[in-house]
Design a protein around this ligand. Structure first.
Ligand code: NAD
Length: 431
């Protein structure tokens, strides 16, 4: 059984962390070997993944600690270049743990494939004809991927929609609902749509134009919830109640205003994308789905909800589409993605989705807590200062020295970092 609490992990030397992580995850250290070798993706392997390959591009992997999701501890690999995110998520997971951790659930992994049917003389009779032949069309779509079928997936439903207002006039859209089980599902669904198209043309007398999945995966939703006792939120001069109420006020801003909601949701995606990328999943698909879902009422709004329950606890909820896989795409071919799945111990795509959305909610809380109290910059700046110090040319121990000086001065800028470095070099020269 994994234990996601590793006190003092951030203070350990880099060389000791993998061993300690393997121990906490109850895994042989070899499983995590790709992390110790620059991500484990050789240029040769990369050459088989995309076109015109010249090499690979590395990013840091940090571990989200303290996560307890559905009564199970999970150590979460997060791939991200932005400081503060891993620390913020880990800290909020610790607070959520005090209220029992995260409770997450998912709907069936059903994706939507779209077929655009044009050149119809009578749209209504085309709709009727497709619905009359629903059983036949579903059974044809169902037989396309025997591997997926054996895993319990397959075609589930057909829906017809009519788009009335468009620059090319009215047209019909056929939705194929496909259960993709543990796959992200784009290839499976696109293949099914392409195969079905000739029969759809024959049944409607129209022309099937686009045949492609929708990234607005609103039938494949994951929801997570956490409850934080107000006392856990107190820090410095802020009482728990003040922090709790400040968070609800901050959320109300995102609920009402798209300018704020975009940034609020970006904070959620800081956590979400980091795990999506760590597992080799398609983060553009997740981003597209998230923002389209946030605008589903016609007005872009917050993906999360923050409220106070009858006992005075802060309760957060996040629901969003989560089309991720543990088979297919890059998940199986990228060595670090395989290590990530083993580290988390997820056995289904839904379990992975539940971890990802819980990290998103934790990250949302980290940002709201900071914004509603001391402001985002204080915590962020000391970490950001290190990157600025490195950019100015600091190495080794000098990174920390320069960063600390800039934070103390309240000026975190490259010109200031260069100035401090120059001063240090001058004073260390023998006279
Ligand atoms: P895939 O085709 O590589 O793998 C899915 C296949 O794995 C299934 O069709 C099935 O045959 C097999 N499989 C084995 N065990 C399974 C199980 N337990 N559950 C489900 N399937 C199982 O991948 P995919 O998930 O169909 O497609 C994902 C890829 O498509 C990603 O790389 C994504 O970037 C890409 N893509 C995305 C879009 C988009 O988002 N709009 C469009 C095109 C392609």
């Amino acid at each position: 059984m994994a234990d996601s609490r590793i006190p003092g992990f951030y203070n350990m030397p880099l060389s000791g962390r993998i061993g300690r992580l393997a121990q906490a995850a109850d895994l042989p250290q070899e499983v995590l070997a790709p992390y110790a070798s620059g991500g484990g993706l050789s240029p040769e392997a990369a050459d088989h993944m995309i076109e015109n390959v010249v090499g690979t591009h590395a990013l840091p992997v940090g571990i989200g600690l303290n996560f307890r999701i559905n009564e199970k501890d999970v150590l979460v690999p997060m791939v991200i270049e932005e400081p503060s995110v891993v620390a913020g998520a880990s800290f909020m997971a610790k607070l959520a743990r005090a209220g029992g951790g995260f409770r997450a659930s998912s709907t069936a992994p059903e994706m939507i494939g779209q077929m655009q049917v044009l050149d119809l003389r009578d749209i209504q009779s085309a709709c009727a004809s497709l619905l009359e032949h629903k059983t036949e069309l579903l059974s044809e779509a169902d037989s396309i991927d025997p591997v997926l079928k054996k895993a319990g997936g397959g075609a589930r439903d057909l829906e017809v929609r009519v788009i009335q207002d468009s620059p090319i006039g009215a047209f019909l859209v056929l939705h194929l609902i496909y259960d993709v089980r543990d796959a992200m599902g784009a290839n499976a669904v696109n293949t099914a749509c392409e195969r079905l198209a000739p029969r759809v043309e024959a049944l409607t007398g129209g022309r099937v134009h686009l045949r492609i999945l929708s990234n607005l995966a609103d039938r494949r939703l994951t929801r997570t919830r956490c409850r934080i006792p107000a006392t856990e939120l107190a820090f410095d001069r802020f009482t728990g109640e003040a922090v709790r109420d400040g968070i609800v006020e901050a959320w109300a801003f995102a609920l009402a205003d798209p300018y704020r909601a975009a940034t609020h949701n970006k904070g959620i995606m800081n956590g979400v994308d980091a795990v999506v990328i760590a597992t080799g999943n398609d983060w553009r698909a997740i981003e597209a789905g998230a923002h389209a879902y946030a605008a589903r009422s016609g007005k872009y709004t917050s993906l999360s909800t923050w409220e106070v329950d009858a006992q005075g606890n802060l309760v957060g909820t996040l629901e969003m589409p989560m089309a991720v896989g543990i088979v297919g795409g890059a998940t199986k071919v990228h060595p670090s993605a395989q290590a990530a799945l083993r580290l988390m111990g997820v056995k289904t795509a839904s379990e992975l989705a539940e971890v990802i959305v819980s990290v998103g909610l934790a990250q949302n809380l980290a940002a709201l807590r900071a914004l509603a109290t001391e402001g985002i910059q204080r915590g962020h700046m000391s970490l950001h200062a290190r990157q600025v110090a490195i950019a100015a040319g600091a190495t080794g121990e000098l990174i920390e020295v320069v960063a600390t000086q800039m934070v103390a001065d309240g000026v975190v800028r490259i010109d200031r970092a260069e100035e401090i470095l120059k001063g240090r070099r001058k004073s260390s020269k023998p006279s």
